[in-house]
Design a protein around this ligand. Sequence first.
Ligand SMILES: Cc1cc2nc3c(=O)[nH]c(=O)nc-3n(C[C@H](O)[C@H](O)[C@H](O)COP(=O)(O)O)c2cc1C
Length: 331
Amino acid sequence: MNKMESIRPTVPARVSSPTFRVGDVPVYGDAILAPMDGFSDWPFRSLCSALGSAMSYTEFVRAEGITRAFDAMRPRFVYEEAERPVVFQIYGDDPGELLKAALRVQELSPDIIDINLGCPAKTVAHRGAGVGLMRTPLKVARIFRDLSRALDVPVTGKIRLGWEDCRNYTLIARIIEENGGAAIAFHARTKEQGYSGLAEWDAIAEVKAAVRIPVIGNGDVKSPADIDRMKSHTGCEAVMIGRAAVGNPWIFSRLDRTQVTSEMIHQMVSQHLERNVAFYGPHKGLVLFRKHAIQYLKLQHLSRAVRTEILLQATPQDFIDHLEQTYIAVS
Ligand SMILES: Cc1cc2nc3c(=O)[nH]c(=O)nc-3n(C[C@H](O)[C@H](O)[C@H](O)COP(=O)(O)O)c2cc1C
């Protein structure tokens, strides 16, 4: 049995009919890993997908990066067939560049292309991209009209509440739908909130009532029970989970943290690190793995000193050897 097969038995049985459709793309399941720059790369995405994440969103990529330096951006769009439906997320403020970029990445056969209308970072939003786009509804209309006409795959948007002085989420959702958008993922926080404060689930219910295309709710989902709570509170088709999935991909198999055993963590850490090393090489693979490892090890009753010692190991093999010795010592 290979390593991936060993985690597959925990995947919820695939229901025979789709939970919902994005355009003509069927989606099986209602919990989805959120796109997260620096986290939802191929190693993590593919593991979440194997555990039940129903769609596989890539980290966002700037349109100009694709049109000017496509080869450098290619690793962001690596996926495996088992991850489908695969969603490539792009961002930008220029409708022409977004269209060119979308046509270029469409050649890599994603199932869906998503436009980011949610990123609050100054370098993005204050230049009119990400949530900056929500301040320019006419531009949003043009982007969705042009892309939905030109592409062979459905186009979707990921939005926020808007800005504190311009909470225009219902308007933007309607514009996306009227201009050919096939689904909306909705992070129910404002630009100014960033990633803190409560997400406003009532707003997700409002958007759900305002459009006919599927709505994927996002914000403050931290447990399997929260998935059901958000769905029943808002009526949304599915729920997107970001930070709570880091170090805890079992949430997609609807397991509570208390149900995750030491053996499962040990196995996942090894598989995830192995995938990171295969994807990035040993040095970069280990460096990029540490932020995930911190979260995995938080699920364990290890002292801070023991955790730090594991994290400081210099090579992937030392990391795994050290982890194994620690497990033997504590079990
Ligand atoms: C480190 C980090 C990176 C993110 N990168 C992206 C991104 O590339 N594209 C995007 O649409 N949202 C991005 N987000 C936002 C998440 O997709 C999600 O909307 C947000 O974290 C709220 O969900 P949560 O409360 O479940 O974490 C990012 C969030 C974090 C924390």
